[in-house]
Design a protein around this ligand. Structure first.
Ligand code: MSP
Length: 503
């Protein structure tokens, strides 16, 4: 196990406001970063997010807004930063591809790859999808529609620069085969391998003539061209955390052999990350990330949520209505990471009322009430007495917590957030059941003080363990619980999650 951890999200296109899909990757990455900080220490974790600000999509959106591309991206980036702030995203750095630290780095990287002979000039003729910024060859295109987004493609013929992807196809297939867990979930690893087995990789066109697109990083070896937006964008993961020396050798505090590196993405950009990216790194003499994890999509009525489909829901609206922690909890709990899920407000309300109001909120509030009522606000100290079978089972559940969380949130974990949360909830619900079965009011009536004390100790132990385990997911709720359960006394506040009555 490496003792440092570096996690990234995709850098988001700033052609429109962020939607739920964007916030999903950031919330997941944030949860992992927070968990890893709790195990490796603050200083040993680096969490990067940012924005993808070049390319045709952005230039088009800027034109429509009657702004220069730079003015336009400067405006939209504020929305992303504001949203991450509202969602409590704890990124250590935020990279914008229009920053000098990035553009200069990309130019150096291009020079290195060019000098090594992995970039060549050729005439390209074929189909081009403007919204996807992707070239397609004959056979891939049916009815002049983009195979990915189904929008019309354009026919183009022009001189361009190409990156030798094909040269590294064999290497990549071998690398993936010999590194299980490089691409996750396993189904995605198989998908990429199958793709590599069934297709011959085309070299990647990495330039755009300036006359057609000027909003990009100029190629260092031909000023009439700018860099293809994906070649520019992927490099953010290394440009933000390192530099090349005069001999073209890359050095970084975070992208190195002592650090476990995770690129978290959505499945829509798997090909770019699992094929182009490792090959780009190989050509630059840099190690691949340790894990590329592709999560599923949030859908609206079975269609992927996206701005262009017009079905995007604003995270800000959801947070204003339900609160940050409910929103974070819902996204990570309702659908196993890696699969698709349908988004609806009804589903949020259901989760809220059942898991947060009824289970967690209730356990916290009733325990506070009992400590107040039976012990004048003083928490009975000392260890739990494990003679009772039910108490023993709860204590075992608490001891099992680490073993249930690490395989899911740990550095080489499965990132199965919902499974980790399920375990925490099974513990919370054992405690709630224990309250109902124990009938503490009877213990009080019969003056069974020792038993009542032990009963409270059990509940407080479950609450403290839940608070700690939940803290990467819902740090604000965890802090509220900590404020109410001090070391020796309580400080009862309002219920954490008052029920939402049916609207
Ligand atoms: N700019 C590129 C990424 C470059 S990374 C070097 C890009 N940007 S994007 O803004 O279109 O989408 C970025 C990410 O947002 C997706 O990979 C995915 O992680 C997330 N999502 C966008 N829509 C989504 C859903 N409907 N559902 C879940 N996540 C999705 O692609």
């Amino acid at each position: 196990m490496a003792n440092k951890f570096y996690i990234t999200t995709p850098i988001y296109y700033v052609n429109a406001s962020p939607h739920i899909g964007h916030s999903y990757t950031c919330i997941a990455a944030d949860t992992l970063a927070r968990y890893m900080r709790s195990t490796l220490g603050e200083k040993n974790v680096w969490f990067l997010t940012g924005t993808d600000e070049h390319g045709q999509k952005i230039q088009k959106a800027a034109d429509e807004a009657k702004l220069s591309p730079q003015e336009f991206v400067d405006k939209v980036v504020v929305q992303f930063k504001g949203l991450w702030n509202k969602l409590g995203i704890s990124n250590n750095d935020f990279i914008r591809t229009t920053e000098k630290r990035h553009t200069e780095f990309v130019r150096t990287a291009l020079e290195i790859v060019h000098k090594n002979g992995d970039i060549y000039e050729d005439t390209y003729e074929g189909w081009y999808c403007v919204p996807c910024e992707t070239f397609w060859v004959e056979g891939q295109v049916v009815d002049k529609l983009c195979p990915d987004c189904k929008r019309p493609v354009e026919r183009i013929a022009e001189k361009n620069y190409f990156f030798k992807l094909s040269k590294y196809q064999g290497w990549l297939a071998e690398y993936i085969k010999s590194h299980p867990g490089f691409i996750k979930p396993a189904s995605r690893q198989e998908e990429v391998l199958r793709f590599l087995e069934l297709n011959k990789l085309n070299d990647l066109c990495i330039s755009r003539p300036k006359e057609r697109l000027s909003w990009g990083i100029p190629l260092p070896f031909d000023p009439d061209y700018v860099t293809y937006v994906w070649f520019d964008a992927l490099i953010n993961y290394i440009s933000a955390v390192g530099s090349f020396d005069a001999n073209g050798k890359y050095a970084s505090e975070w992208w190195n052999d002592d650090t476990y590196v995770v690129n978290l993405i959505g499945k829509d950009i798997l090909r770019h990350h699992a094929v182009y990216w490792p090959i780009m790194l190989k050509a630059l003499g840099i190690k691949p990330p340790d894990t590329i994890f592709a999560h599923g999509w949030w859908m609206m009525n079975d269609a992927k949520m996206s701005k262009s489909r017009g079905n995007a829901v604003s995270p800000i609206d959801m947070v204003n209505e339900f609160g940050t922690d409910t929103y974070r909890y819902f996204l990570l709990r309702d659908v196993p990471f890696g699969l698709d899920g349908n988004f609806s407000e009804d589903a949020i309300i259901k989760r809220y009322n059942a898991d947060l109001a009824n289970d967690l909120g209730n356990l916290v509030y009733r325990t506070l009430t009992m400590v107040e009522k039976y012990f004048s606000g003083n928490i009975p100290q000392g260890k739990m007495d494990l003679n009772d079978d039910r108490v023993k089972a709860i204590a075992d559940k608490i001891s099992g917590l680490k073993g249930a969380i690490t395989p899911n949130l740990g550095q080489a974990g499965d990132y199965n957030f919902s499974a980790a949360l399920e375990y925490i909830w099974s513990m919370i619900n054992m405690a709630n059941k224990y309250v109902e079965e124990t009938k503490p009011w009877n213990l009080a009536k019969e003056n069974k003080n020792a038993e009542l004390e032990n009963f409270i100790r059990v509940l407080v132990s479950v609450i403290r363990a839940s608070e700690e385990a939940l803290s990467p997911f819902m740090h604000r709720t965890a802090a509220l619980i900590r404020e109410q359960f001090l070391e020796k006394t309580i400080k009862k506040g309002a219920p954490l999650f008052p029920r939402i009555e049916n609207k």
